[in-house]
Design a binder for this molecule. Structure first.
Ligand SMILES: [Zn+2]
Length: 763
């Protein structure tokens, strides 16, 4: 209690400092959540030993080895890395193996981007090597610049510029009277996930799509370009996946669910995740002549990037010829899976993963995270030698095939889905890592837990805890006085909900395994994402050059794994979940109100003739369309469920606190076992077997990647996207369904609270 209170008031900084300096546990230290006084003391001692082990020099050595050559899916060095990782786990005393999966993985055979009018220009589509950067010249092993899962095509059409290619950009084009039907759309990277861009372009009738990196977003407008600075040089290209997984399913596009023999199977010709139109990424060096040749109206203010041209929308007179042809072969994935068996609760699994495949050398993405994961594994192996025996089984995973669409983790999660739903306690993910602030993102049942862990890890730059540093930075970055007051009034850093974009997706969205996504960032600037310049040279000049944040990541995740593996009572807490869901519900109610007001106002302005009166005939814009009035929707089923969830969560918190204070329950494994079994499955109570509307693979009713944001999360996705897409009936149906799911969850939590009270000896 004291520690948490200290965080909330900020008064006891000195006491906190003492706790870090003497982490073996001062006498007045409150037990860790889920631990008795005695087990907490032992746990703190082991964790302190663990946190002393990770070594920045070894994190650096891991990176140097893993990023030495290009290692995309199907490449020799990808397999070589997997075998090297396997050998390390074995050397450190883990029981490790490789699981393989064959997956559809197209690689480019022919790529053409050329302008045929008003003058000829052929795009290079190549990233030159840089003399100072030794691995940039490994030409033969580098994948060409392309988008994996673009359909093959050969099209010639007028060009249209569509800003970031989001829904609001197409509305703006419509106001300008510009159609993309039959056109090739050029859009810039940013704001939404890249796979959304060709999807929306084809939804609006375009026949091809080019995505370029504007220097305003990650080039010279931000900082000097590589190799003088960290940002994207003129010919740097962002490769990436364009698999349409937010509206279908992640993983191999040929399998809806690899673990279910009755689930739909596809071919390369009919897989719904493959784009409908050809798409290629290009550099700003290649994009500039194309954009400069566009006519038509001047692009709106917010659409203008940092190239030395005036940005026009087209269509034409620029005509572009675009060709994409791939080899549609299968490639083998190598997932490394390593275990430390649990001593007393081997049937309860703590999972931790990071991917090892990259687009090219991938020092930052993903090797910065993978190197930390390996350093944790070495340190845990060291503790085993010293006699530490985790109660629960620990499973470390090094995933292959993340870059093309979370292939390795999704295949493994699906194939082992049934046992994971029985045994998994939690999954902790990391990916890229840099200097800065710890991300707090994941399942809200772990909010309190993660705050506790992060309070015990020291920030390398400020020597505060990484929890306190994040909390203070949140105050500094808060946008409104209300937000600031909210942060100050709450000792824990709130978790951000998970969308998608890394390997936790199958665990949380499909299987209902409580998940965290951890990493540091916010201080390192870079424009080398998914290019040949994301390599050891770049990282050791511009990334976490001393590898102290690599150490901090290993310390944070390793401590979290240990604390989950050894807890008497699983340290899940439902109050943060209830509060988060209450907040999301309020957001949805406000979103509806905003839609009502905006529609009413727009229709009124149409009637008044505002658009006609303000239209400049030399820069004409169409008036927006009149929309039907937005109806009221009944939120009562959701509001009532949220209240019930809040009451149950409070009840659970009281019961767990009382059990901790009296102590008896915590020393009886027999009494704890059924309670922990229930807690282990608690996240699954937030799933609905039918899945989200139009995308049944996604079963979590609280979190999902956005249909039109991709990586960006949509909370209460059925309800929120129903409102955003003006499907009022669907939104109302989803409110009722979510209400039922949450009411059942509240009853489940209530039952768990009573189970604890009975085992503690009545109320
Ligand atoms: Zn990654």
């Amino acid at each position: 209690m004291a520690r948490r209170w200290a965080r909330s008031t900020g008064i006891l900084a000195a006491a906190l400092l003492a706790a870090w300096l003497a982490p073996t546990g001062a006498a007045d230290e409150a037990p860790l959540d889920g631990y008795s006084a005695a087990s907490s003391k032992t746990q703190r001692e082991w964790e302190a030993k663990f946190r002393a082990l990770p070594d920045p020099k070894l994190v650096r050595a891991n990176m140097e080895r893993l990023s030495a050559r290009p290692h995309h899916v199907g490449s020799p060095y990808d397999k070589d890395n997997a075998e090297w990782i396997l050998a390390r786990f074995k050397e450190w005393g883990w029981d490790a193996k490789i699981e393989t999966f064959d997956v559809l993985y197209p690689t480019p055979k022919r790529r053409v981007v050329e302008m045929t009018a008003p003058h000829r220009f052929a795009a290079k589509l190549e990233e030159p090597d840089i003399a100072a950067d030794p691995t940039s010249s490994q030409k033969k092993e580098q994948l060409p610049t392309y988008h994996v899962y673009s359909v093959d095509g050969d099209v010639t059409a007028p060009l249209v510029y569509a800003n970031y290619g989001g829904p609001e950009d197409y509305e703006e084009l419509e106001r300008l009277g510009i159609s993309v039907k039959g056109a090739i759309v050029i859009v810039r990277y940013g704001r939404n996930w890249r796979g959304i861009k060709p999807k929306l372009a084809s939804d609006h009738g375009a026949v091809g799509c080019l995505i370029y990196s504007d220097p305003r977003d990650d080039g010279y407008f931000q900082e000097k370009v590589f190799p003088e600075g960290p940002m994207r040089p003129a010919d740097g290209v962002q490769r990436g996946s364009v698999e349409d997984f937010p509206s279908n399913f992640p993983g191999d596009p040929l399998y809806f669910d690899r673990g279910d023999p009755s689930a739909p199977r596809y071919t390369a010709a009919n897989a719904p995740g493959i784009t409908k139109i050809p798409v290629l990424p290009i550099s700003y060096g290649d994009a500039q002549p194309l954009l400069a040749a566009l006519g038509g109206p001047m692009a709106p203010d917010g659409w203008r990037g940092a190239l030395p041209i005036s940005y026009h929308t087209g269509p034409g007179p620029a005509q572009v010829h675009l060709v994409v042809q791939s080899d549609w072969g299968l490639k083998t994935l190598y997932d490394v899976i390593a275990r430390i068996p649990g001593s007393s609760e081997p049937g309860e699994w703590i999972l931790r993963g990071n991917h090892h495949d990259a687009w090219v050398n991938g020092a930052e993405d993903p090797v910065s995270g993978q190197s930390a994961e390996l350093e944790e594994a070495r340190a845990l192996g060291e503790l085993l030698k010293q006699g530490w025996r985790p109660k629960r089984t620990i499973i470390y995973c090094a995933w292959d095939g993340e870059e093309p669409g979370l292939l390795g983790s999704t295949a493994w999660g699906e194939v082992h889905g049934k046992e994971l739903q029985q045994h998994a306690v939690a999954y902790i993910n990391s990916d890229s890592n840099a200097r800065g602030f710890l991300f707090f993102s994941g399942s809200h049942v772990m909010e309190r837990f993660l705050n506790g862990v992060a309070s015990d890890v020291e920030d390398p730059e400020t020597k505060q805890s990484v929890q306190e540093r994040r909390r203070l930075s949140n105050i500094g970055n808060a946008r409104t006085p209300f937000d600031r007051a909210e942060i100050r009034g709450h000792s824990d850093v709130r978790l951000q909900a998970l969308g998608s974009g890394s390997d936790y997706t199958v665990f949380i969205d499909r299987l209902g395994v409580a998940s965290l996504n951890l990493g540091f960032g916010g201080e390192t600037q870079g424009g080398i994402y998914h290019s040949i310049y994301d390599d050891f040279y770049w990282y050791t000049h511009f990334g976490d050059t001393e590898f102290v944040y690599g150490r901090a990541l290993a310390q944070t995740v390793g401590s979290a794994v240990m604390r989950l593996a050894d807890a008497d009572l699983l340290p899940f807490d439902f109050a943060a979940l209830a509060e988060a869901v209450r907040g999301y519900t309020k957001d949805c109610e406000e979103l509806l109100k905003k839609e009502q007001e905006e529609t009413r106002e727009r229709n009124l302005q149409l009637k008044e003739g505002v658009f006609r009166a303000t239209n400049d005939p030399q820069h004409p814009r169409h008036a927006p369309r009149e929309e039907a009035a937005v109806p009221f929707i009944n939120f009562a089923p959701l509001d009532n469920a949220v209240d019930a969830l809040g009451h149950s969560a409070e009840h659970y918190r009281r019961a767990a606190a009382k059990a901790a204070a009296t102590g008896g329950l915590f020393t009886s494994p027999e009494a704890l076992r059924p309670i922990n079994a229930a807690l282990r499955e608690s996240e699954q109570h937030l799933l609905d077997a039918a899945g989200l509307p139009h995308r049944p693979w996604y079963r979590h009713m609280i979190y999902a990647p956005g249909l039109y944001t991709g990586y960006g999360v949509k909370t209460l996705p059925g309800v929120r996207e129903g409102i955003e897409q003006r499907q009022w009936q669907e939104a109302e149906t989803e409110i009722a369904r979510l209400g039922r799911v949450l009411t059942a969850d509240a009853a489940f939590i209530e039952k768990a609270a009573r189970q604890i009270e009975q085992s503690t000896g009545g109320q």
